[in-house]
Design a protein around this ligand. Sequence first.
Ligand code: DC
Length: 227
Amino acid sequence: MTVNIITIDGPSGSGKGTLAAKLAAHYQYHLLDSGALYRLLGLSLLNQGLQEKLDSELTKCAEIAANLDIKFITTESGVQVFLDGQDVTQTIRTERVGEFASKVAAIPALRTALLARQHAFAQAPGLVADGRDMATFIFPNAQAKIYLTASAQSRAARRVKQLQGMGLDAKINDILANIEARDKRDMERTIAPLKPAEDAYIIDSSALSIDEVFSLMTAYIDKQLAN
Ligand code: DC
């Protein structure tokens, strides 16, 4: 049986997560939030006091990456994420973990250690894979490849709203600086940098609502899946 794969790549805050979840529900496909894997790895390394030892303890860090004890549970209100049996759904979304995840994600041996786990998500009837290198590297044969972007300003404004909704303090200038630094790191790293695949459908969501982006995506995906 064919496993249909839809990839959604793009920078932080472009709305990928929300749209990937909506698409997975719409098509009744599995969902891979690959950013969550990097965040979980980052959190695990932070918990084990390895934040300053990514280079000196690389073998140990790669082993931790390959053996992460994680679980994703889909509930009515979204996906709950567990690390070593603990609910870390909110913790992995903090700026501190996001920042560190971006550093972890720039290390080739750690990316390689997460490869098999990502490929294992490709199960019938299909998968919506959300990340940075889903189309360019992890699933290059995907049937539908979407690159979702938005201006750094509009992404920062969305992020502030999201953090405030979680009851967390957020200043727009700090968030914007973080977004710009993370974009730069994600786009300029030597391994699997953030960029659209040559055959990707590019959507700029700066001035679009979630529903508008969703309609553009489903129209494109339906066409691709019919081919
Ligand atoms: O999408 P996110 O903000 O949750 O991702 C967290 C970090 O993980 C991000 O800075 C880049 C990295 N990442 C990656 O390098 N490759 C992916 N496929 C997904 C995320």
